[in-house]
Ligand binder design. Structure first.
Ligand code: ASP
Length: 368
């Protein structure tokens, strides 16, 4: 089924007019649940529908984690802060795409913004392990050449996603962890934080105490009841993009799960589980119970269902999420395909998410 109707075709002249490309933004079919995130790219000059022009469009989606997010538990002020965070991330990535920048740059830029925002469980706002440390995982993947970089169990890196990119581009490896990854960062000019104070947030610290108390009390009969929200337990940030050259990219970053054992690594940095991109199919960034997302090889499975079964992005994404649910896991994912169709399914009560609509407008949503 065609997901788009063409509603805007423009001629974009590059300096010196050596060549021109047609930028078009596609309209999402409202009836089709698969939402189109393809957005109008920068277009100057006159509208001109000419044959044999290359078709170029961009698409951009971000998430800030999925879980039990109830309207009743959210203050208006807090909600505004989350929305602003997602909008900042959309701005950072979309500005790059509009200027004909790469999907890799766009996803990295957006994830960095979310890593710097204490509201989200990545970078600055990372949750605590069972021994009171912060250990971060991240990954980035380039759908054009199937290149990928991933890092795990970082303790002193402000923006893990940028180290993941460095691993992809300069290490000759795909995945590095802990001290070795941080030594590699230092060698390549990334400044290490001297201690973990930067990652301390009251909210995450209190969440750790709550989870530990609940664990101690056993949560059973007679035990004190603690209300542990998903917000207390986990979260992740991610971005997927389609750039004007038709290249897809995905990036994901997380502090993992509250009270996780030191050394535990989730799905986010596992290529094919929490993060995957392939120009032939789609780009995916996942969030949720990492152990289940690893077992269901979520991100690659979405791509594989499209590649080998000919499923649409929406069908593939939903089908994989159903598989996660069957295993007992919850969460969500964001995905974009090479036509710019987007899918943002989740099986929790909410997922912090945002995308750029076909008119270049930012759409930010939290609840179901
Ligand atoms: N998937 C992340 C992890 O397991 C957590 C999350 O996305 O909520 O590390």
């Amino acid at each position: 089924m065609s997901q788009f109707k063409l509603h805007d075709v423009r001629l974009f002249c590059v300096p010196n007019c050596f060549f021109a490309v047609v930028l078009f933004s596609a309209g999402a079919l409202a009836a089709a649940q698969e939402q189109s995130g393809s957005a109008k790219a920068v277009s100057k000059g006159e509208t001109n529908d000419q044959p044999n022009m290359e078709i170029r469009k961009v698409g951009f989606v971000v998430h800030g984690g999925a879980g039990t997010i109830e309207r009743s538990e959210m203050t208006p002020e807090r909600e505004r802060e989350y929305r602003a965070g997602l909008e900042h991330a959309l701005t950072a990535g979309y500005e790059i795409l509009k200027r004909a920048g790469s999907s890799l740059d766009a996803t990295e830029a957006a994830v960095r913004v979310l890593e710097d925002d204490p509201h989200f469980n990545a970078g600055k706002g990372s949750v605590f392990t069972n021994v009171g440390t912060n250990e971060m995982d991240a990954a980035i993947m380039d759908g054009k050449a199937l290149r990928a970089g991933a890092v795990a169990s970082l303790k002193h890196i402000k923006n893990p996603v940028s180290l993941a990119r460095l691993v992809m581009e300069r290490s000759g490896h795909v995945m590095m962890d802990g001290e070795g990854a941080e030594a590699f960062a230092k060698e390549n000019g990334i400044q290490l934080l001297t201690d973990q104070k930067y990652f301390f947030t009251k909210q995450r610290w209190e969440a750790l105490q709550k989870v530990k108390s609940a664990e101690k009390s056993g949560g059973g009969a007679g035990g004190k009841k603690y209300i542990i929200t998903d917000q207390d337990r986990h979260g992740t940030v991610g971005a997927v993009a389609l750039d004007q050259n038709g290249n897809l990219a995905a990036a994901t970053s997380t502090g993992g799960t509250t009270n996780k054992r030191a050394g535990r690594v989730g799905d986010s940095p596992v290529i094919g589980s929490g993060t995957y991109a392939n120009n032939a199919t789609c780009a995916v960034s996942a969030t949720g119970d990492g152990e289940y997302f690893i077992r269901a090889t979520v991100a690659h499975e979405v791509s594989a269902l499209m590649e080998y079964r000919g499923m649409s992005l929406k069908e593939a994404a939903q089908s994989v999420l159903d598989k996660v649910a069957k295993l007992g896991g919850s969460g969500g994912l964001i995905a974009i395909d090479r036509q710019g169709n987007i899918a943002l399914p989740f099986n929790t009560s909410g997922m912090y998410r945002g995308y750029v609509d076909p008119n270049g407008k930012f759409v930010v949503e939290i609840y179901k």
